[in-house]
Design a protein. Structure first.
Ligand SMILES: [Zn+2]
Length: 499
């Protein structure tokens, strides 16, 4: 099935055409330079379900599913007035008088009518027909070549637009009669997301039963993130000695932790691993449970102090503190730089974020796969609700840097594949990056629900013989086998559930 994913415009996303989301999944005419394009969701999550725009003839169930799609589309079209369609065609016809030069004016007509097309369904072919017809009428024009180029460009835009012109396609879950247990995403991050934790299975159940308004399902939400461009991430606690040194040397941080707590940590035995966790817990919870106004005051004081230091003389942590402060002025979450590891992921490196591990993405572009759940417990770098008590309770206070997953490589003569799987017993999902040179072929077998999207390039899919360009998203039901051939250098990301 061909999917249209859902764009999420959170304000931490990269803006306009600078975002990897808009440049991958939209064509230039659709991009609003003032919009934040933060995330692209592929799956059946209720806050952004993917729509099915067509079904490829890949297996014996195709006809049944395709009938369902057709009747669903027919119903949505019947609901709309055909008058609006006539109106759009008239708009185009009236422009034939002036020999329909396909220039900026005509592009504008199409842009203006896009919203009406949006509300009507799949009728963009009418435009392409009109454009083609006028192409023939236009042969003698001295600007023939330019017009033809423009015509081709518009036709190309309309083709590319096909998916985005229609919001009346049925949801994937309606065609499948079920929801997916995972969500596949692309993120393009301009400023830090909130410092957060996702509960494990037991905590998720408990939180859902106690606070269903805040924690909207009873599912855990482990995630795996794979860097497309270099990424900065705060993740898991630093070792106790690092945290302790920061607490002792940064006056403003020390003032946020009671003196008796610092003494207790200092005087006790650090050799025992459990003790270390206990002390990290003690320092972190004492810090977190301060009055917010006092924390803000100390945040501002440290920022003002650090600003006086020339950049080259600041430590790495001090520079990150200033960076986060500039993104979230006065937010005490900036102090988490001194509690959590700063991880710099290179392109093609991934990390698995277990339940109960604190983390915050700071910058970069990535692919992410997770359990389909909404459960996020936040404690800083956000204007959203912070649930400090719950967060401090669910944390495991395990420390040290997370394992960096470099991807299991398999090369054939031409192709390269990188497979990323969490290094745990019975992982629930995996990501694969497939790189193909022109004319390479590759077989994708699906035993489980699988979503692929074309990040770069173009492929022909067999047996449907359909071609798919950059930004195309395909959902493969279990039992499907597809054979893809790249027509140019192509990069595909694949997300798959394993449960
Ligand atoms: Zn998260």
């Amino acid at each position: 099935m061909i999917l249209q994913g859902s764009i999420q415009k959170y304000d931490w996303g990269k803006k306009g055409s600078k975002s990897l989301i808009s440049s991958t999944f939209l064509n230039p005419i659709q991009i609003n330079e003032n919009d934040y394009y933060a995330e692209y969701w592929m799956g059946t999550h209720s806050q952004g379900p993917s729509l099915v725009t067509s079904i490829l003839p890949l297996n014996e169930k195709w006809e049944e599913a395709n009938e369902k799609l057709k009747s669903s589309l027919k119903n949505s079209l019947c609901e709309k007035s055909s008058d609006s369609l006539v109106e759009i065609i008239n708009d185009l016809d009236s422009n034939q008088d002036s020999n329909l030069r396909i220039n900026e004016n005509n592009k504008n007509i199409i842009v203006e009518n896009e919203s009406r097309l949006n509300s009507m369904g799949v009728n963009e072919n009418i435009f392409i027909d009109k454009i083609n017809k006028n192409d023939k009428n236009d042969k003698n024009d001295k600007n023939d070549k330019n017009d033809k180029d423009d015509l081709n460009e518009i036709a190309k835009i309309m083709n590319l637009n096909e998916i985005n012109l229609c919001n009346n396609y049925p949801e994937l879950s309606n065609i499948l009669n079920r929801k997916l247990n995972f969500l596949f995403k692309m993120l393009s991050i301009n400023k830090s997301l909130s410092i957060q934790v996702h509960p494990d299975k037991d905590s998720a159940k408990k939180l859902y039963s106690l606070f269903p308004q805040i924690y909207r399902d009873d599912q855990p939400k482990p995630e795996m993130v794979l860097a497309i461009t270099p990424m900065e991430i705060l993740c898991s606690f630093r070792p106790l000695d690092e945290i302790y040194i920061f607490v002792c040397h940064i006056k403003e941080l020390r003032e946020l932790i009671p003196e008796d707590v610092i003494k207790k940590v200092c005087r006790n035995d650090w050799n025992d691993k459990n003790n270390k966790r206990e002390f990290i817990k003690l320092l972190f919870t004492s810090f977190m449970k301060n009055e917010n106004f006092f924390m803000q005051k100390k945040t501002i004081e440290l920022y003002q102090k650090l600003e006086q230091i020339p950049i080259e003389r600041r430590t790495n942590e001090e520079n990150y503190f200033i960076k986060l402060y500039n993104q979230h002025p006065g937010d005490p979450g900036c102090f988490c730089i001194f509690f959590l590891n700063i991880i710099q992921l290179k392109q093609d490196q991934a990390i698995y974020l277990e339940a109960n591990e604190p983390h915050a993405y700071i910058s970069g572009d990535c692919v992410e796969i997770m359990n389909s759940s909404d459960n996020v417990i936040r404690c800083g770098l956000t204007s959203k609700f912070k649930d400090i008590d719950t967060l401090c309770n669910v944390l495991t206070y395990s420390y040290g840097e997370p394992e960096i997953l470099k991807g299991k490589t398999s090369h054939t003569l031409q192709n390269s594949f990188l497979l990323y799987k969490p290094n745990i017993l019975n992982p629930s999902f995996e990501i694969e990056k497939i790189t193909l040179n022109p004319s390479d072929s590759h077989l994708i077998n699906c035993n489980n629900d699988t979503i692929i999207f074309i990040y770069q390039g173009e492929i022909v899919v067999h047996p449907s013989l359909s071609d798919h360009k950059k930004g195309a998203v395909l959902f493969l039901v279990p039992g499907n086998t597809i054979y893809i051939i790249s027509t140019r250098k192509t990069i595909i990301y694949l997300g798959r559930t394993l449960i």
